[in-house]
Design a protein around this ligand. Structure first.
Ligand code: ZN
Length: 196
């Protein structure tokens, strides 16, 4: 196993640039397969539910995402329902195009592996549709609601040089520890009333 790349932290300009399209013919090349496999390994090791290539210093339009039971088990059943968080298998999107569906939105605490140790409230669309290529270069479309839709919006933002801190309710920006101590276990309606 080659050495895993570190996760780039905010301030690095690779996180602020527009990542480049991946030429379709590159997708079957070993270098590209290695990139996808190291992204998945880095995401799992973190652990996280999504990763964009710029987060390991590669300015290409590639994202990986997955949500696993073992991660979801760390939150309460109430939180799981409220966030509409459900496990889904690993998905890879190359050159994704995201469309926000409808007007329904949801606000929750969100973090990023590239803004290590912090979280903030971020409003996102509840439902999105993403089209792009999979890791074999085959066209795919995924229309999804709830937490996976949030992950997709977060990861596709990375490809355009946008971080959640650009979209957050800035007064909610907290260390994970503070957020947990102040708001952990509270329904989101109550959290939204408390946040300064
Ligand atoms: Zn992120």
């Amino acid at each position: 196993m080659p050495k895993l790349p570190p996760i780039v932290q905010t301030g690095d300009l690779v996180l602020r640039a527009r990542a480049e399209e991946v030429p379709a013919e590159k997708i079957r090349e070993k270098a590209f397969r290695d990139l996808v496999s190291s992204m998945i390994t880095v995401m799992r090791k973190a652990p996280g539910v999504g990763l964009a290539a710029p987060q390991i210093g590669v300015g290409l339009r590639v994202i990986v995402l997955e949500d696993r039971e073992e991660l979801i088990r760390k939150i309460s059943d109430d939180e799981r329902l409220e966030r509409k968080r459900e496990a889904f298998p690993t998905r890879v999107f190359v050159n994704p195009i995201l469309t926000r569906i409808g007007d329904e939105k949801a606000t929750f605490f969100e973090g990023c592996l590239s803004v290590h140790g912090y979280v903030a409230l971020v409003e996102r669309h509840l439902e999105v549709e993403v089209t792009g290529l999979d890791e074999e270069g085959v066209a795919q479309t995924w229309r999804v609601r709830g937490w996976p839709a949030r992950i997709l919006q977060h990861e596709v933002d990375h490809l355009d040089g946008t971080l959640y801190i650009d979209r957050m309710r800035s007064r909610s920006f907290s260390t994970q520890e503070h957020a947990k101590a102040l708001y952990g276990g509270k329904p989101i309606g109550e959290v939204l009333r408390i946040v300064p």
